[in-house]
Every structure is written in structure tokens, then in C-alpha cells.
Design a protein around this ligand. Structure first.
Ligand SMILES: [Zn+2]
Length: 147
């Protein structure tokens, strides 16, 4: 009996020690993979598009991409010259702002997905944004995967 308890105690101790070693490694690995993924996509974003689309082209794309997501929400498109890519909700209305080199279909898909998933309805939380909402939008933008 005593011996059994000692064994369980020892095994627990070893497991806890292993876990303590293991957790930071897993955390670092996840963070490393995430940062590589995020920076890779951001870098690709910066180098891929030499010709920003016009407002008329973007209006058509917003409609096409909304249909793909079966979205009923009214989304107002704001087009600017300086680089901009954001979606927001103001007074119950949804907006997408696209500017500079972000005036393309990929960015429309990305920003629409933030609206589709109701990310813009919530209070901004940097942890939730970088660890959940942004990867979701990037996965949809690049791989057409809804998560
Ligand atoms: Zn985003």
C-alpha cells in the first residue's frame, strides 16, 4: 500500500516536472509557427500587388464575395489612396476601408470575413484579435477555409 502510494507520488512528480518542461516548449512552438505564418502573410501582402483596383471594380468584388458568404448585411465600401485595410461597425452599419495596395480581392475577402464572423461587433481585444480573429480571416482569405 505504502509502496503503491510512493510510486504514484513519484510518477505524478515526474509527470508534473515533464509537463512544466513541456508547456513552455509547446507555447514557444505555437508562437513561433504563428509568427512565421502571420509575418509570411503580411510580407506577401506587401509585395504581391502592383496595381490597386478602382472603386468600381472593388464594388463588384464586394458584392461577389458577399454572395459567396451568403451575407445579407449592408456593407459600405470606403476607398482611399493611402494604404488601409480595415472593417468596422459604426451605428449598426458595417464598413470596409481599402486603400493603396490593399485594394484587391484578397483584402476584400479578409475584411468581409471579419464582418461575417462578427469580429467587428465585439470590443477589440488584442489577444483575441491576434490569436483567433486574424488567423481566421487569413485562413479564409488565402485558403478559403472557414474556421
Ligand atoms: Zn484582419
Amino acid at each position: 500500500m505504502q509502496r503503491g502510494k510512493l510510486d504514484i507520488g513519484l510518477i505524478s512528480l515526474i509527470l508534473v516536472n515533464k509537463c512544466v518542461d513541456f508547456v513552455p516548449t509547446i507555447g514557444k512552438t505555437i508562437l513561433g509557427v504563428y509568427l512565421t505564418f502571420y509575418l509570411g502573410c503580411t510580407l506577401r501582402e506587401g509585395i504581391k500587388k502592383p496595381f490597386p483596383l478602382s472603386e468600381e471594380q472593388l464594388e463588384v468584388i464586394v458584392k461577389e464575395e458577399k454572395d459567396k458568404l451568403n451575407m445579407q448585411e449592408e456593407v459600405t465600401l470606403l476607398v482611399s489612396e493611402p494604404l488601409a485595410a480595415q472593417s468596422c461597425k459604426v451605428d449598426g452599419r458595417y464598413f470596409i476601408e481599402l486603400g493603396g495596395r490593399a485594394r484587391d480581392r484578397d483584402t476584400v475577402r479578409h475584411e468581409l470575413y471579419h464582418i461575417y464572423k462578427r469580429h467587428v461587433d465585439k470590443e477589440f481585444d488584442p489577444i483575441r484579435y491576434f490569436m483567433l480573429q486574424e488567423p481566421q480571416a487569413i485562413f479564409y482569405e488565402y485558403f478559403n477555409i472557414k474556421i
